[in-house]
Design a protein around this ligand. Structure first.
Ligand SMILES: *Cc1c(COP(=O)(O)O)cnc(C)c1O
Length: 457
């Protein structure tokens, strides 16, 4: 090929790419789309997933939807609902696995983010950025006990990474105790804490020093501490979710977390609470730690932290622990963590949670929701094994994966998004906006009851 010809081809390609980009930008700009545009978006999305994203995702969608509904393409959202390109509305009971605590596009969060966007989107990386300082102060005020210093991240996985590195640096130890059914993320560090074999096996060995004990079993936890001490592998930290989310909404046995705290103190280990999913009001308190009256040394946040508008995460630690990073604040860094847009979103989110008493609302609505679901499942004990929850973190466990999938399908058909968990597909998780109305809850329960009637046990 001659150089001229190559250049010509390249510029033709660029022309086509530009044309495509402009078409997409025009669609983004539109307030309403028509039928023809909706069809084009659907086609481009399915083709794009098949050819350039991951065809496996289309196959997955087919397993959780009826007929051609795998092809539903989301387009807009508001409150406790979102809409697909064809205008069909869904009550979002999956809630992005717990992102939308203050609802989809909460107006106060949107305003803070757009106001900030008009002035400065990202930070210089070198000067002092004001919102990071203000958000850190707010976090020190609202987190339990003497948690005081914050480091900001872009995701839950990154929060867990930061917590693990801080614990290593502080303790100069390398052993961690995690729990079965735990989910802490999928980066090599956080995956070491995650429990599911399927996600870990291809990547072994992960970071050395991780031991898993059954969640809720305090005797095993105690024995593991004893063994670690006796073989000279002192424990840097225990990491756990106060209530396990991804594992299928598993509540801790009475006093378990208090006893874990005592063991940590006895052996000089840190306690890390991964509240990426349980935090920000989800369980009926601002943080699940408060439910059990236990103060961790490090708390990990993300998911709802950015108000369902910005990706944002944080760890908050006690001064004694965090001060390991005082001499060199560059020991652990991230370019985008704590950026002004994310901080603006988090500050507004915490404001909404407090002003609108959303943790309290999660407790009230959650109790009602749980009671109604249990009532609706009466007579279907052959299909439903257990319904449990805390606040608006509810799990419906079926006897088999298959039943869970069928119920998900039926619900989606009726405009309600629920999710089988990735790790434990026998359990459907319900994690709607904490602002969900009682009418919407009733609609979900009514449909659940109707779907249960026809699904085969
Ligand atoms: C979702 C989740 C994570 C991972 O967060 P990402 O933002 O997906 O990286 C970690 N821990 C818990 C408890 C979670 O629920």
């Amino acid at each position: 090929m001659s150089i001229d010809y190559k250049q010509e081809l390249k510029s033709k390609q660029n022309e086509q790419v530009s044309e495509y980009i402009n078409k997409v930008l025009e669609l983004i700009e539109k307030e309403e789309i028509n039928e023809q545009e909706a069809a084009w978006i659907t086609k481009e999305t399915i083709d794009g997933f098949r050819e350039h994203v991951n065809p496996g995702f289309l196959a997955y969608r087919k397993t959780v939807t009826k007929d051609g509904q795998f092809a539903a393409v989301e387009w807009s959202d508001n409150g406790s609902c979102f809409k697909d390109v064809n205008g069909k509305e869904y009550i979002d009971c999956l809630g992005g696995f717990g992102i939308y605590n203050v609802g989809h596009r909460n107006p106060k969060v949107l305003k803070a983010v757009t106001d900030q966007l008009k002035r400065q989107a990202l930070h210089s990386q070198d000067l002092l950025d004001p919102l990071r300082a203000m958000l850190a102060k707010i976090l020190a005020d609202i987190t339990p006990g003497d948690l005081k210093y914050a480091f900001f991240t872009n995701s839950g996985t990154e929060s867990v990474e930061a917590a693990l590195k801080l614990a290593k640096m502080y303790s100069e130890r390398t052993t961690f105790i995690s729990t079965t059914r735990a989910f802490h993320g999928k980066s090599l560090g956080s995956l070491s804490g995650t429990a599911k074999g399927m996600f870990r096996k291809p990547f072994l060995p992960l970071i050395p020093g991780f031991r898993h004990v059954p969640f809720g079993d305090i005797d095993m936890m105690r024995k593991t501490f004893e063994v670690c001490a006796s073989v000279g592998e002192d424990v840097a930290a225990v990491i756990l979710e106060p209530i396990q989310g991804e594992g299928g909404i598993i509540l801790p046995p009475e006093n378990y977390l208090k006893q874990v705290r005592e063991l940590c103190d006895q052996y000089g280990a840190l306690l890390i609470f991964d509240e990426v999913q349980t935090g920000m009001g989800r369980t009926g308190k601002m943080f699940a730690a408060e439910l059990y009256d236990v103060v961790p040394d490090i708390i990990c946040l993300a998911k709802a932290f950015g108000g369902g508008v910005m990706p944002a995460g944080a760890i908050v630690a006690r001064e004694e622990v965090f001060k390991s990073w005082f001499p060199n604040p560059f020991m652990h860094t991230t370019t985008f963590g704590g950026n002004p847009l994310a901080c603006a979103a988090a500050i507004a989110t915490i404001g909404v949670l407090i002003e609108e008493k959303l943790p309290e609302r999660a407790a009230e609505v959650g109790e009602y929701f749980l009671k109604e679901l249990i009532q609706a499942a009466k007579g279907h004990e052959d299909k439903v094994q257990e319904i449990r929850g805390q606040g608006l973190m509810i799990g419906i466990e079926f006897h088999q994966d298959e039943i869970g999938y069928e119920v998900s399908k039926g619900m989606f058909d009726r405009g309600i998004l629920v999710a089988g968990t990735l790790i434990n597909s026998k359990t459907i998780r319900i994690e709607p906006a904490l602002t969900i109305s009682y009418e919407e809850v009733d609609r979900v329960v009514r449909n659940f009851k109707e779907v249960l009637e026809y699904v085969k046990g």
